[in-house]
Design a protein around this ligand. Structure first.
Ligand code: AMP
Length: 572
């Protein structure tokens, strides 16, 4: 028997809100949790995202608010900033007729704003444990009047190493509070946490929907956000792609990615909401007929796309909704064929991945990106295969005559063949193998963050260092990893890169774009291969890939910045 919202003892104002939101009936977790939470009892909900769990705890929390209180009454702890924002928006929406004051607090946002809002008065705070604890310790967040405390995605918080922070936060709340714990899984640490902090809890379990994506080989690659395109181009070198559909989260990024791929020598078209119907049809036909192998699309634009034989679906960004992932990868492995689904995942997105695994009840295997050596071997293997094909066909009469001429001129046939292959490989230079930086684990990132935010532990670089390393490039300024004193060193820290000195610096008005522009243009190398740039007062250091060193140095004499000639030499 299905229940109705009116059976759940909700206040008429909240009933009005759910009706306005178009919710016709409660989801199973809502039917199970709402009436119990309204009695004040502690609860454990084993439920995934997508089950309506946010409303299951938010509606009772809102109903239990006492108006005109100055102190925080509701608290929700979430593993990530994204989820904190999502939950804060949902609670704000559910509480719209109560003028509820909701605040999301998370690391990475200015303290001042959060502190100012807390001082003005907030009813419900939602946030990640680290920042929450920071604010408690700074005595700006007072939880002594919290009535309802929710641990959302508790298993994720534990796997991210937040257990001690959670315990420290719970210890700041009154013992006579109501506690609700939500988690997709209930491993022993979660049960231990529950037995320590929950009193006689009521439990509800919602079985995840079974979804199958049979025939699709799913894997993921862990990469830094800045390396996603580089990772993709490396994969293009080794994957047997017949037709690839790449998904990005936004319209803008789909266009940018298609342009960038094309610039790197991998022709790609874009399918997004900007296209008129006629242009959309043209793009789809090119893709269908195999004139273009790679299509970058948004979820909306790819809706209803009817193309069989897609060998690869690539999630350049993971989708926000788990259902979308299944829709996306369902576009490959159609009609009994097998397909490959590849996801590029940043360390900050790993929680999304685990959620997907929970939803699809399948493990997505982590794979390693091909190394430079792998790619070179692959290219050589392909070249040999092409050679064998041509040798089999033996249709190269005119080329044979050219070889004869070289033999008659006294060259050894083996040397001639080697030189011919060298020429044949020249186009590979247009596809330099993009460097990929090392990925940090969540713990490493956390340790780094702590190091930066703990006073007295060298959190901020001194003014001198700021001025030297990042002043003329604001984009680099907020990247702590780039503020290292390496800006003074004459050798690059990146493998395969060589550090060069340019004879002018800040006092000459040099900007990073000038450096990239002049080197890329005069040495004829792709701008994106140019690495770190450190602008000093009277000179500039720039890293370039070793493979282009000779090309850059032989063009010395032609480099100009702001119309002034500059010299470029290996740094010493
Ligand atoms: P959640 O699992 O809390 O992230 O919710 C998943 C989605 O379901 C959200 O977009 C909610 O707005 C929506 N939702 C929650 N409860 C209901 C309901 N009873 N009927 C329809 N949609 C709902």
């Amino acid at each position: 028997m299905t229940t109705s919202f009116t059976d759940l003892n909700l206040h008429p104002t909240l009933l009005q809100t759910v009706t306005e939101l178009g919710y016709t009936e409660p989801t199973p977790i809502q039917s199970a949790i709402i009436p119990t939470m309204l009695t004040g009892r502690d609860v454990i909900g084993q439920a995934q995202t997508g089950t309506g769990k946010t409303a299951a705890f938010a509606l009772p929390m809102l109903q239990n608010l006492v108006s005109d209180q100055r102190q925080v009454q509701g608290l929700v702890l979430t593993p990530t900033r994204e989820l904190a924002l999502q939950v804060a928006n949902a609670i704000y929406e559910y509480g719209q007729h109560q003028n509820v004051r909701v605040l999301a607090i998370y690391g990475g946002q200015s303290y001042n704003r959060q502190i100012a809002r807390l001082k003005k008065g907030v009813d419900i705070v939602i946030g990640t444990p680290g920042r929450m604890l920071d604010l408690i310790r700074q005595k700006v967040l007072d939880l002594s009047a919290a009535r309802t405390v929710v641990l959302d995605e508790a298993d994720e918080m534990l796997s991210m190493g937040f257990i001690e922070d959670i315990q420290a936060i719970l210890d700041q709340t009154p013992t006579r509070r109501q506690t609700a714990l939500f988690s997709a899984t209930l491993p022993s640490e979660i049960r231990r946490l529950a037995s320590q902090y929950l009193l006689d809890p009521f439990s509800a379990t919602i079985q995840p929907q079974q979804v199958t994506v049979d025939g699709v080989e799913q894997r993921y690659y862990l990469v830094n956000a800045a390396d996603k395109t580089a990772a993709l181009t490396r994969l293009f070198e080794v994957e047997p792609i017949r037709r690839a559909l790449i998904f990005t989260r936004t319209r803008v990024s789909s266009g940018d990615l298609a342009n960038e791929l094309s610039a790197r020598g991998f022709a790609a078209d874009v399918l997004n909401g900007d296209l008129a119907q006629e242009a959309r049809e043209r793009v789809l036909n090119r893709f269908r007929q195999g004139q273009i192998k790679v299509l970058v699309a948004t979820d909306v634009a790819a809706r209803g796309l009817d193309i069989d034989d897609i060998s690869h679906v690539i999630n350049y960004d993971l989708p926000e909704e788990v259902e979308l992932y299944v829709h996306r990868i369902g576009r490959t492995a159609r009609a009994g064929k097998t397909g490959i689904a590849i996801s590029l995942v940043t360390p900050a997105e790993q929680w999304r991945l685990r959620r997907l695994e929970g939803f699809t009840k399948q493990t997505i295997a982590r794979a390693s990106l091909p190394s430079e050596e792998d790619i070179l071997k692959q290219r050589e293997g392909q070249l040999l295969k092409q050679m064998e094909t041509w040798l089999g066909r033996a249709r190269y009469q005119r080329e044979r005559e050219l070889v004869m001429r070289l033999v008659e001129a006294g060259h050894d046939p083996l040397e001639i063949a080697s030189a011919a292959l060298k020429i044949a490989r020249a186009e590979e230079k247009q596809r330099p193998i993009a460097p990929i930086s090392e990925v940090q684990t969540a713990r490493q990132r956390r340790d780094r963050r702590e190091l930066r935010t703990t006073p007295g532990r060298g959190s901020r670089p001194d003014r001198g260092e700021w001025a030297q390393a990042g002043r003329s490039n604001p984009a680099r300024r907020d990247h702590p990893s780039r503020r290292e004193s390496a800006s003074y060193e004459t050798a690059s820290h990146e493998k395969g890169m060589i550090r060069l000195t340019i004879s002018q610096g800040r006092v000459h008005g040099i900007r990073p774009n000038d450096v990239v522009g002049t080197i890329a243009f005069h040495a004829n190398i792709p701008g994106y291969t140019i690495g770190k740039i450190h602008i000093h007062d009277h000179h500039t250091l720039v890293d370039v890939p070793e493979q282009f060193l000779a090309q850059v140095l032989t063009n010395n004499g032609s480099y100009r910045i702001n119309k002034q000639p500059v010299s470029v030499e290996v740094a010493s």
